[in-house]
Every structure is written in C-alpha cells, then in structure tokens.
Design a protein around this ligand. Structure first.
Ligand SMILES: Cc1cc2nc3c(=O)[nH]c(=O)nc-3n(C[C@H](O)[C@H](O)[C@H](O)COP(=O)(O)OP(=O)(O)OC[C@H]3O[C@@H](n4cnc5c(N)ncnc54)[C@H](O)[C@@H]3O)c2cc1C
Length: 338
C-alpha cells in the first residue's frame, strides 16, 4: 500500500528523531531545515529522564554511545553549597554538535530527504509537522551556552543559582565542559569570548565567573537565544507540533531534549495511521496534542513552580532546608519534573 508523504519543518532533535522513526515504517519523509550540520545550539546538553526503551523505539539508542554518563550533582546558592545528590538513574552528556549530526546522518541513511539551508515558510497544513523549535515571542529570558576546555568540575553536574539566573556545568564528549545558563534580563550582554563569565558576574556569581575566565573557551561554540517563552506554546487547531514548538520546560530540569524525543515518539503511531489512510488529519492532530498534554502537563507545572522558587533567595533556602531535613526527598522532586 502506498503511504502518504509527510513534511517535517525543522531538523532539530524532535524533527530528526520523528523522521527516523517514520522512515523505519517506510513512510516518505522530507525534512526542511533552515540551518546546516554540524552546528552548536543553545542547550545544556544534559539529557535526563529518557528511558532506554524510548531510545530503542526511536532507533537511536546506539547514537548515545559516545555520551558521558552522569550521576552526581551539586547545587550552589551563589558561592554557598546548597545540595549534593545522586541521580536515581544516569543522565547523558552529549553535545548537540555531535548528536544532531548523527541523527541527520541516520535519517539520510534510511532514505529520508533532508533539505538544509531551507526555511519552511508555509502553513501548518495537512501532512506537515512543525518542529521548528521555540517560537519567537517577546520575553525577558536570555539563554547562553559555550564549550570550555581545562575546566575542572566538582560533580557531574554543577548548578549555580542566583536571583533571576542559573548556570549549569557538565561534561560532554571529547573532554569538553558545556556551560549554559538562563538569565532573566533586559539589558544586552558584553564580554565577547567571555560573555558567559560576564553574565555570571552580573548575576553575582563571582567565583564561577573567575573559573570561567581561567578556562579555555571554544569561541565557535558560543551561542545565545532570546525571545522565547517557557511553557505551552500557542497551538492552532489541526496543526501538529512537537518539541519546543509545542512546549518548553525550564532548562534546569535537563528534560527539554527528552521531551522533544518523547514528543516525537508520541506522534509516530498517529502519523502512521494518517499516512496509511486510516484516519483524518484532524483526528491525528488531536491525538498527538492529547498524548503530549497527558505526558507533559504535570511535570511542566512542577518545573515552573520550582524554577519560580529557585530564582528567589528565600525560595532557595526553603528548598535546601526541605531536602536536607528530608521533608521531601530529592528523588521525589526529580521524578515530578520527568
Ligand atoms: C539555556 C538553555 C539550556 C538548555 N539546557 C538543556 C539541557 O541541559 N537539557 C535538555 O534536555 N534540554 C535543555 N534545553 C532545552 C533543549 O535545548 C530543547 O528543548 C531542545 O533543543 C528542543 O528540540 P527541538 O528539536 O524542539 O528544537 P531545536 O533543537 O531548536 O530545533 C529546531 C530546528 O528547527 C530549525 N528551524 C527553525 N525555524 C525553521 C523554519 N521556518 N524552517 C526550517 N527549519 C527551521 C532550526 O534551525 C532548528 O534546527 C535548554 C534550553 C535552553 C534555552
């Protein structure tokens, strides 16, 4: 039986993972990607909460072999140690530079059509999946990331919290350390190659800024984004959206990439049915939206409340006391945001 073809707008994590899974079912897929590969992206590159069977179902489990495995985390409130914990399951540390390139290669190897340097300008009409990442919307958030060398870490993941900002540090492949942060601000940053150190300093994280200045930054990896909105994104009826184009969880959770992959996975069955003519596009779109609401609503609510607390001095103190005195376990909170 001839399967109806699909177009995916956006060849990031969500779009490529979906494209691979659909090609495995012999569905004709074309991906339009505005940029080219390999490329650096703003992302902490700490991937937590994804299950081995989800990676297997997407046919991408082997692509995670070069990843670092992370268990030990350390949180700091300014310069003060706040919390140390062991994750209940290992997280992955893998750069988007590597991962997106490997996904693109796999998609092409499975007979997918990948058009790079090709911006999708059409509507989210029947047969098109929107995976174009965060929609641009006015907001006070700024995200930054860079790779560093010669930067020793105190744990597999360090998170440094300040008022209106946080910065995470973790190892990715090739002895690199990813440093990425979220900043609530309206003024532009200065500092060229040391833009992350400058942002840390502005946020009151002087010791971290000093460590970053003493390390070697890969200037090609410095990336920044602004104008994005955390939470559910605006949805038109009948449009199929996955990844950040549908929903963005606060980055401190290290769960955004997992949600992009899980969103892709949740769309495979409904899109296969549409492609084989078993159901209409509006039913397909409604099923995918329902799947994502069921999977993501609760973790998103928890993540937004926790981020709100962590961005305030009193909130940070409360969280530290609550966990250290075992009013609530770290593992319970970890599970709530995954
Ligand atoms: C500061 C920060 C730190 C983060 N840290 C982490 C972390 O540590 N762990 C984690 O799991 N998540 C993290 N995230 C979130 C994570 O990066 C995203 O959730 C993830 O990248 C979403 O993947 P995506 O495929 O939906 O979007 P993207 O990866 O953004 O891909 C979208 C793609 O669409 C392309 N595109 C856009 N418009 C068009 C168009 N019109 N036509 C064609 N192509 C188009 C873009 O070029 C891009 O390649 C972080 C986010 C931020 C902002």
């Amino acid at each position: 039986m001839a399967m109806k073809p699909l177009t995916i707008a956006g060849g990031g994590l969500a779009g490529l993972a979906l494209g691979i899974a659909l090609r495995r079912r012999s569905i004709p897929v074309r991906i339009m990607e505005a940029a080219s590969f390999p490329r650096h992206r703003v992302c902490g590159e700490f991937i937590s909460g994804i299950k081995a069977d989800e990676l297997i179902a997407l046919n991408i489990d082997d692509l995670f072999e070069p990843a670092e495995r992370h268990r030990e985390i350390a949180w700091f409130d300014g310069a003060r140690p706040m919390l140390r914990a062991t994750l209940p399951e290992a997280a992955y540390g893998l750069s988007r530079h590597h991962l997106d390139g490997a996904l693109a290669e796999r998609f092409i190897g499975l007979g997918g059509e990948l058009h790079t340097g090709s911006r999708f300008l059409g509507d989210a009409s029947e047969g098109t999946v929107i995976a174009t990442g965060r929609p641009r919307r006015a907001s006070p958030w700024l995200g930054l990331k860079a790779h560093f060398k010669d930067l020793a870490l105190d744990a597999d993941l360090e998170i440094h919290l300040a008022t209106g900002a946080y910065i995470g540090l973790t190892r990715v492949e090739d002895h690199r350390v990813n440093v990425s942060g979220l900043f609530h601000r309206s003024t532009p940053l200065k500092g060229g190659g040391h833009v992350l150190a400058g942002a840390a300093e502005d946020a009151g994280l002087q010791e971290l800024a000093h460590r970053l200045r003493a390390a070697r930054v890969d200037s090609a990896s410095i990336k920044g984004v602004n104008r994005f909105h955390l939470g559910w994104q605006l949805q038109q009826d009948d449009s199929v959206r996955i990844g950040d184009a549908a929903v963005m969880i606060p980055p401190f959770t290290g769960n955004g990439m997992t949600m992009a992959l899980q969103g892709a996975l949740s769309a495979v069955e409904p899109l296969t049915k549409w492609s084989s003519g078993e159901c209409s596009w509006s039913t397909t779109a409604a099923d995918i939206r329902k799947n994502q609401r069921r999977m993501f609503t609760s973790r998103l609510r928890w993540a937004r409340s926790l981020q709100w607390l962590l961005m305030k001095p009193m909130g940070r103190r409360f969280c530290a006391v609550a966990i250290n005195k075992r009013w609530v376990s770290f593992e319970t909170l970890y599970r709530r945001v995954r």
